[in-house]
Design a protein around this ligand. Structure first.
Ligand code: ATP
Length: 235
């Protein structure tokens, strides 16, 4: 079953077209990578899905329902959550307050305590630091907090925007391990990455974007690093 379907999507910033006729399918329960260089349009695509950027044309279907152009809060309520680039959190709120902000939808609020327990189980570090201000966390911990906050809305689909940006290899490995665990519980994952090797390894299916277009797609196992790299650079 396809949980998210994007058909002929076009997104503009003024006159500039950042997404050009993009179509893709995310199978339920899978991990799918969107690979591409700086400016390829990966973040814009995630923003269009989460309602932060309105598409000019095209259709986004989630669990069979048309969600094109819905507001971000409606999209979160429907079960899609995004972890923004760079582990953005509220710096002047504590770890716990940041997490609670994540469960603002009525449905998630009812399950708040259970969700919080799950997040603390996945990231014990956040439990230890629950009363600390978010701006006192390390880069890796902030990223964990951003993921935890996304989980607090009880999503069925999570969009991760470049989670490894600026983090040490050991921390990246650890975070990828947690993403695998999140996926094991049945949550569908979309990973935006610049690192070709890591994206292919972590996902079942990959799409390569170049200048707003899908230039290569396939099962990650069947794609070679070399052909992905070539597509990535437009060679
Ligand atoms: P990065 O890894 O650098 O975030 P990306 O693949 O996510 O790259 P996007 O951020 O989606 O790329 O940007 C796609 C294109 O749209 C780029 O050329 C960028 O300059 C442009 N763009 C992004 N945001 C805006 C904006 N708010 N206004 C105008 N142009 C924008």
């Amino acid at each position: 079953m396809i949980i998210l379907r994007i058909e002929n999507l076009n997104v503009f910033y003024g006159d500039f077209q950042a997404i050009r006729n993009v179509s893709l399918e995310i199978p339920q329960g899978s991990v799918v990578s969107l690979i591409g260089a700086n400016g390829a349009g990966k973040s814009t695509l995630l923003k269009a899905v989460s309602g932060l950027q309105k598409p000019a044309a095209g259709k986004i279907t989630y669990s069979g329902a048309d969600i094109t152009g819905l507001s971000p809060d409606k999209i979160v309520a429907a079960g899609i959550s995004m972890v923004p680039e760079g582990g953005r959190v509220f710096p002047r709120l504590t770890v716990l307050e940041n997490l609670l902000v994540g469960s603002y939808t009525p449905k998630a609020r009812k399950k708040r305590n259970t969700l919080l327990e799950k997040v603390y189980e996945l990231f014990p570090r956040l439990a230890e630091r629950s009363r600390q201000l978010a701006n006192s966390l390390s880069g890796g911990e902030r990223q964990m907090l951003a993921i935890g906050r996304a989980l607090m809305s009880d999503p069925r689909l999570i969009l991760f925007d470049e989670i490894s940006l600026g983090l040490a290899p050991r921390v990246i490995k650890d975070i990828y391990q947690r993403i695998k665990e999140i996926n094991r519980t049945g949550t569908t994952i979309v990973l935006v990455e610049q690192d070709v090797k890591r994206s292919l390894k972590a996902s079942e299916k990959s799409y390569v974007l170049l200048e707003g277009k899908v230039v290569l797609a396939g099962r990650s196992k069947e794609l070679s690093e070399e052909e992905v790299r070539k597509a990535y650079f437009g060679l």
